[in-house]
Structures are given as structure tokens and as C-alpha cells.
Design a protein around this ligand. Structure first.
Ligand code: ATP
Ligand code: MG
Length: 139
């Protein structure tokens, strides 16, 4: 299996509850290398651009408001099979269905306020990494 990169966000709910350190520890514990990291706030418009694939979903406006409601941590992660392995470590979208040992089981409070984001495929990982990071910012 080749080394792969994926894009992750620690969402505003997890930043607010001081879970950044624990989530970064879980990321390292699972064997990911953090090759890019930035704490920032995004506007509603920037969230809409990031989540454009979800524009027709009923939760789109609420999701974009939530994602711009406070600081987030944008992360570029690298490891073998990073995309699937990061989604596995995140757990199910709805924390009620999240498996034991996952980040969402531990830190998510609802299907919307679910602590972390992860790219779902190679093409979305590429788009999402480039939305938040320039190539020279990745180590
Ligand atoms: P993410 O894309 O954030 O990694 P995901 O791939 O598990 O999560 P998606 O279906 O892509 O889930 O939905 C994107 C995000 O939209 C979810 O993480 C969650 O914050 C929010 N969301 C998804 N479904 C709902 C819903 N039914 N009601 C409210 N918010 C939702
Ligand atoms: Mg998704």
C-alpha cells in the first residue's frame, strides 16, 4: 500500500471543549504523520466553498454556520492508506453509531457537532488539501 495523504478538520465543537490535544494524540497513536497544521476561523462563504458537494442537502446552511462558528484546526495527514484509516479512526458520522475507540464516540455530541472531518476519497482529499494548504506548507 502506498503512502497517502488526507485532509482532516478538528471542528469548532471539539476546539471549544478543549479536545484538540487529545485528538492530536489519537492521530499520532494511530500512526499518522501530521505534515500540515493550522488553527483558523473560516467565514460562512469559505465553508460553503469547502462543502459545495453538499449544497443541496437540507443541513447545508446549518453545517456552514456551524463550521464558521469558531476556530477550527486544519490538518494534512500522511500514512499508508490514510484516507480510509482516518475515516475509521473518526467513526460514524452520527456519534450514536460510532464504534468504541473512535474520535466521534469520545468527542462528538450530535450528527452535526461531530468533532472531526475527513476526506472520503482521493479526489476529495486532493481538493480539500489544496483548499486549505499550499504545497510548500506541507512537510
Ligand atoms: P465529514 O464530511 O465532516 O468528514 P462525513 O463524511 O461522515 O463527515 P457527510 O455525509 O459528508 O459526513 O456530512 C458532512 C457533515 O455534515 C457531517 O460531518 C456533519 O457535521 C454534517 N451532517 C451530516 N448529516 C447531517 C444531518 N443529517 N444533520 C445535520 N448535520 C449533518
Ligand atoms: Mg463527508
Amino acid at each position: 500500500m502506498n503512502i497517502q495523504r488526507t485532509f482532516a478538520i478538528i471542528k469548532p465543537d471539539a476546539v471549544k471543549k478543549n479536545a484538540v490535544g487529545d485528538i492530536l494524540t489519537m492521530i499520532h497513536g494511530a500512526g499518522f504523520r501530521i505534515i500540515g497544521m493550522r488553527m483558523l476561523e473560516i467565514s460562512v462563504e469559505q465553508a460553503e466553498g469547502f462543502y459545495a458537494v453538499h449544497a443541496e442537502r437540507p443541513f447545508f446552511n446549518s453545517l456552514c454556520e456551524f463550521m464558521s462558528s469558531g476556530p477550527i484546526v486544519a490538518l494534512a495527514l500522511e500514512k499508508e492508506n490514510a484516507i480510509a484509516d482516518w475515516r475509521k479512526l473518526m467513526g460514524a458520522t452520527n456519534p450514536a453509531n460510532a464504534e468504541a475507540g473512535t474520535i466521534r464516540k469520545k468527542h462528538a455530541s450530535s450528527i452535526e457537532h461531530n468533532a472531526v472531518h475527513g476526506s472520503d476519497a482521493e479526489d476529495t482529499a486532493k481538493f480539500e488539501l489544496s483548499y486549505f494548504f499550499a504545497g510548500y506548507e506541507l512537510f
